[in-house]
Design a binder for this molecule. Structure first.
Ligand code: NCD
Length: 344
C-alpha cells in the first residue's frame, strides 16, 4: 500500500499542492483502478458517510463520475441540481450548503459558474467549526482540480501503469491548445504539469490567450521559486511551434457560454488554424497522445476522426481515470485518514 502524505481538509485548488500530495493521489487512484477492474467494483471505505454533489452548473461527466466514485466507496450520495431546487425560490448558496450539512453530509462536491464559490463555502464551514470537507468540481474560470488530476493520472499510467508518479513527466513537452482564457481546466493543469517538471506550451489565438495571462498565473504562484514557472511556461499564438516535438497535446473546448464578445472570426477558421488533426500531429513526437476534458465540439477543437482514433486519443481513458481519481480524493477527505489506508 502507498505511504500517505495528506493533511488537507478541502481540495479547492492545485496551486499549493506538493509533490508528495500529487504522488499520494496518483498511487491511491492506482489502487482504486485495480479495484475497478475486479468483478465486484466496490470497497467499504466510506460506508456510513454522506457525499453531496452540489452542482449549480450543468455537467455530465464530472457529476456522474463523482457520484459513481462515491458509490464505489459505499458512501450514501445526495444529488442536487440547481434548476429543480429551492434556489428557484430564492434560497442562497450558503443556506443550501447548510441544509446539506444539517443532513449529516461529510463531503460536499461543489460546481458553480462563479469563481470562488467553493472557497467561500469552505470558509463558512471552517468558521462554523464543522468537519465537512469541500471539493471543488469546477468554479467559473478559476480551477478544476479533479480534472487536472485525472489528466495527470491518465498520462502517468500510460508511462508506468503500476507506479504512476509526478516525476514521470519531467522534461516532457506538453501542449495545451484552445480556449485557455476561459478554461479552469487549463489553470489547474498548469499547476500540476509545471510541478512535474514538464515544459508546458500554451497555444491559442491572442483573443483566447492574452499576453497578460502568463503574468496573471505567475502572480498567483505561491511556490518559493516562482522563477521555475517562468522557465516552464511558454505562450504561442501559432499552433505549429507549440506542437513541434510535443509528447502530449491537451485540447480544450471553445467555451462559447463564457465568451462575452466575438473573439473568433468563425469556427471553421478556428478549426483550420488551431483545430487538432492527424495531419497536424505529424509535427509532434511519433507516439504523441491527445487529451480533451469533454464535452467536445466535434470538428472544431479536434477533428472527429482523431477523437475516435484509439492510437492517439486518450479521451475515453480520461473518463475511466476520472472515477479512480475521484475515489482517491473522496477517500483522502473522508474516512481514509482516520482509519489508515485499507482498500482491500
Ligand atoms: C470541463 C469543465 O466543465 O470545466 N469539462 C469537464 O469537467 N469535463 C471543460 C469544459 O466544459 O469544456
Amino acid at each position: 500500500m502507498p505511504t500517505t502524505t495528506w493533511n488537507r481538509h478541502h481540495v479547492l485548488s492545485l496551486a499549493d499542492f506538493t509533490t508528495a500530495e500529487y504522488d499520494t493521489v496518483l498511487q491511491i487512484a492506482a489502487s482504486f483502478q485495480e479495484v475497478l477492474s475486479r468483478r465486484t467494483k466496490k470497497v467499504p471505505s466510506l460506508q456510513g458517510q454522506v457525499v453531496a454533489n452540489l452542482f449549480f452548473e450543468p455537467s455530465t461527466r464530472t457529476r456522474s463520475s463523482f457520484e459513481l466514485a462515491a458509490k464505489r466507496l459505499s458512501a450514501d450520495t445526495l444529488n442536487f441540481a440547481a434548476a429543480s431546487s429551492s434556489m428557484t425560490k430564492g434560497e442562497t448558496i450558503l443556506d443550501t450548503a447548510k441544509t446539506y450539512l444539517a443532513m449529516g453530509t461529510d463531503i460536499m462536491v461543489i460546481r458553480h459558474k462563479e469563481a470562488g464559490v467553493p472557497n467561500a463555502i469552505a470558509q463558512e464551514m471552517d468558521r462554523l467549526g464543522v468537519r465537512v470537507s469541500i471539493l471543488n468540481a469546477g468554479d467559473g474560470q478559476h480551477e478544476h482540480p479533479s480534472q487536472a488530476l485525472l489528466d495527470l493520472f491518465t498520462v502517468c499510467t500510460l508511462i508506468d501503469r503500476s507506479n504512476p508518479r509526478l516525476e514521470l513527466l519531467k522534461d516532457k513537452k506538453i501542449a495545451i491548445v484552445g480556449d485557455i482564457l476561459h478554461s479552469r481546466v487549463a489553470r489547474s493543469n498548469i499547476w500540476s504539469l509545471t510541478a512535474s517538471g514538464a515544459q508546458v506550451h500554451l497555444a491559442a489565438p491572442p483573443t483566447l490567450l492574452p499576453k497578460l495571462f502568463a503574468d496573471f498565473v505567475l502572480e498567483e504562484d505561491k511556490t518559493p521559486s516562482s522563477s521555475t514557472l517562468n522557465r516552464q511556461l511558454f505562450l504561442h499564438w501559432d499552433l505549429e511551434s507549440a506542437l513541434q516535438d510535443a509528447d502530449i497535446v491537451m485540447t480544450l473546448r471553445l467555451q462559447k457560454e463564457r465568451m462575452t464578445a466575438h473573439l473568433l472570426p468563425s469556427l471553421r477558421e478556428y478549426h483550420q488554424t488551431f483545430g487538432i488533426t492527424r495531419q497536424k500531429l505529424q509535427l509532434c513526437k511519433p507516439n504523441v497522445k491527445v487529451l480533451h476534458p469533454g464535452p467536445v465540439n466535434r470538428g472544431v477543437e479536434i477533428s472527429s476522426d482523431l477523437m475516435d482514433d484509439p492510437e492517439f486519443s486518450l479521451i475515453q481513458s480520461q473518463v475511466t481515470s476520472g472515477i479512480a481519481i475521484r475515489m482517491a480524493l473522496l477517500y483522502l477527505l473522508g474516512s481514509g485518514k482516520d482509519s489508515g489506508i485499507a482498500i482491500k
